[in-house]
Design a protein around this ligand. Structure first.
Ligand SMILES: Cc1cc2nc3c(=O)[nH]c(=O)nc-3n(C[C@H](O)[C@H](O)[C@H](O)COP(=O)(O)OP(=O)(O)OC[C@H]3O[C@@H](n4cnc5c(N)ncnc54)[C@H](O)[C@@H]3O)c2cc1C
Length: 458
C-alpha cells in the first residue's frame, strides 16, 4: 500500500498525543500510512518516563497504544531524533504531512539566587531518573539530607513529594528504576516542605493526588489552617472558577489534613501556601531556602496574584526541587514560542510568521502546553488530525517526492541510525517484564541505550 494515492503521515513523538493522532487518522482515513518516530528506543513518552511508578493503573493505557501500533499501517521507528537524524526537509520529502507531538522536555526556572547550587534540582531530572529515562541514567541524587523543599503546587510536585515520602517496601513492587530504588532505600529524608506562592484555590493539583498524600504508610501531612482558609477575594474567585469542584474538594481535603493530629509517622509532609522561594543559600551546596510570605491581590489579568508581605522565613533544607512547570523546546528548524514552550499553532496547524505552514501540525503538550491528563491528549490529537485530513481533502498538501517507506529506511540506514522497530520494542518489553517478575515487580527497566541494543543483539 504505497504510492501517492496513499496519504503518508509522519508523527514525531511516540507519546500519548502521537498515538492518539495515529489512531484518529486511521479511523477517519483508511488509505493511509503512518510512521511514528521517537528519539528514544522505547515508546509511550511520559507514560513511561513521567507518570510515577506507583501509578501503574495509569500506565495501563499503554495497552491502548499497543493496539494502535499493531495496525500494519502504523510503523514505529524508535531511536530516531527528528532535527538530528531526520530534518524537517527530509520529512517533507517523504510524507504529505507531519504531526509534531514532541511534548515538553525541560522545566521552568525559579530565577532566584542559589538555584545552581549542588542539591538544587529540577523535578524533570528527578522524575526522569526514578522512571529510568535514558537521558537521566547518569544522574545521581544525594538523599542524605533530612529536610527537603519541593517548590510547586501541581501534580508533578505531589509525585516528587510522594516518591520521597514512600517506603522502600511500597516502591519495590513498582517499576521504579533500580538505581533510584537503591538510593531511596537509604534515604534519610524526614521532613518535606511543599511550597506554593498562592493559596489552595489557585493550586494546580487535582483532588485524588492530594488525597493520596494523606494515605501514605509512613508520613503525616501538616497544614496550617490560616494558610488554607480562603480570603474574601479567593472566595469570590472560587465562585466563578472553571475547576471550582476540584478546588472545593481540595480545600475540604486540606481542612481534614489540618484537623488530623500527627500520628508519629517517620516522615512529615508540610504543605505550605502563600510563600515564595526567594533565595537558596549555602556554601557550595544547598543549606537553606529563604521564603517570603505572600498575600493575594487582584492582578491586571483579573486573576489573584501573590504579593510579598515582606515577612521572611528560613527553612534549613539540604535539597530543593523546583516543579513550577514543564516547558517545550520544540524541534530544530521549526518555529517556537519560547515563553510558552509551544510550537505556535492555530488549533494544531503550525504557524510560521503568523501563517499556517501547509502539511505541518502539532498535537499534545507541544501544541497546548503542559496541561491535563493523558486522556486530554485524545480530543486534542483528534482536532489536529481532522485539520490534516481537511487540508488533504482540499488538495492543500503537496505530494511527497519520495513517498516509499523503503526510501525513509534507506535514508536512515545511510546515516547510520539503528532504528528500533515495534518488534524490537516488544522484545525489550518482554525482557523487562521477565526480569521484573523474578523480583515481584511489573518490570525491571533498561535505563541505558547500550543495554537495550546489547539485549536486542543477543
Ligand atoms: C511527571 C509527570 C507525571 C504525570 N503523571 C500523570 C498521571 O499520573 N496521570 C495522567 O493522566 N497524566 C500524567 N501526566 C501527564 C501526561 O504524561 C501528559 O499529558 C502526556 O504524556 C503528554 O503527551 P505528549 O504526547 O504531548 O508528550 P510526551 O508524553 O512527552 O511524548 C512526547 C514524545 O516525543 C518524543 N520526542 C521529543 N522530541 C523528539 C524528537 N526531536 N524526535 C523524535 N521524538 C521526539 C519524546 O521522546 C516523547 O516520547 C504526567 C506528566 C508528568 C510530566
Amino acid at each position: 500500500m504505497t504510492g501517492t494515492s496513499v496519504l503518508r503521515v509522519a508523527i514525531v513523538g511516540g507519546g500519548p498525543s502521537g498515538f492518539f493522532a495515529a489512531e484518529h487518522l486511521r479511523k477517519q482515513h483508511p488509505a493511509l500510512e503512518v510512521d511514528l518516530f521517537d528519539r528514544l528506543p522505547t515508546p509511550y513518552g511520559l507514560v513511561r518516563g513521567g507518570v510515577a511508578p506507583d501509578h501503574q493503573k495509569i500506565k495501563a493505557v499503554t495497552r491502548v497504544f499497543d493496539r494502535i501500533a499493531a495496525d500494519p499501517a502504523v510503523r514505529f521507528l524508535g531511536n530516531v531524533t527528528v532535527g538530528k537524524d531526520l530534518t524537517r526537509e527530509d520529512l517533507r520529502r517523504h510524507y504529505h504531512a507531519v504531526i509534531y507531538a514532541v511534548g515538553a522536555n525541560t522545566d521552568r526556572h525559579l530565577g532566584i539566587p542559589g538555584e545552581t547550587l549542588a542539591g538544587s534540582h529540577a523535578a524533570t531530572d528527578f522524575v526522569g531518573w526514578y522512571n529510568g529515562h535514558p537521558d537521566y541514567a547518569d544522574r545521581s541524587f544525594d538523599l542524605s539530607a533530612e529536610r527537603v523543599a519541593v517548590v510547586g503546587m501541581g501534580n508533578v510536585a505531589i509525585d516528587v513529594v510522594r516518591i520521597l515520602a514512600s517506603t522502600p517496601e511500597a516502591l519495590s513492587t513498582t517499576d521504579i528504576a533500580a538505581p533510584a530504588l537503591e538510593a531511596l532505600r537509604t534515604s534519610r529524608v524526614r521532613e518535606i516542605w511543599m511550597l506554593g506562592r498562592r493559596g489552595p484555590v489557585q493550586a494546580a493539583f487535582t483532588n485524588p493526588e492530594l488525597r493520596e498524600l494523606g494515605e501514605m504508610a509512613d508520613a503525616d501531612v501538616v497544614v496550617r489552617p490560616e494558610e488554607i482558609t480562603p480570603d474574601p477575594a479567593s472566595e469570590a474567585a472560587l465562585a466563578v472558577l472553571e475547576h471550582r469542584h476540584t478546588a472545593e474538594r481540595n480545600i475540604e481535603t486540606l481542612r481534614a489534613f489540618a484537623a488530623k493530629p500527627r500520628s508519629g509517622r517517620r516522615r512529615t509532609i508540610h504543605l505550605r501556601f502563600l510563600c515564595s522561594p526567594l533565595e537558596i543559600a549555602g556554601s557550595g551546596r544547598v543549606e537553606q531556602l529563604v521564603i517570603g510570605r505572600n498575600r493575594l491581590v487582584p492582578g491586571s489579568d483579573g486573576n489573584l496574584r501573590a504579593e510579598a508581605t515582606g515577612e521572611r522565613e528560613t527553612l534549613d533544607v539540604g535539597l530543593v526541587f523546583r516543579s513550577v512547570g514543564y516547558l517545550g523546546t520544540g524541534v530544530p528548524g521549526l518555529p517556537l514560542d519560547a515563553r510558552k514552550g509551544i510550537i505556535p499553532n492555530d488549533r494544531g496547524r503550525v504557524l510560521e510568521n503568523g501563517a499556517a505552514a501547509p502539511g505541518e501540525y502539532v498535537a499534545g503538550w507541544i501544541k497546548r502546553g503542559p496541561t491535563g491528563v493523558v486522556g486530554t491528549n485524545k480530543p486534542d490529537a483528534a482536532e489536529t488530525a481532522d485539520l490534516l485530513l481537511e487540508d488533504f481533502e482540499a488538495g492543500r498538501l503537496a505530494a511527497p517526492a519520495e513517498p516509499e517507506r523503503a526510501a525513509v529506511d534507506r535514508c536512515l540506514a545511510g546515516r547510520g541510525v539503528r532504528v528500533v522497530t515495534w518488534a524490537d520494542w516488544q522484545r525489550l518489553d518482554a525482557i523487562e517484564r521477565t526480569r521484573g517478575a523474578a523480583l515481584g515487580r511489573p518490570r525491571l527497566k533498561f535505563t541505558r541505550r547500550p543495554e537495550m541494543f546489547a539485549a536486542l543483539a543477543s
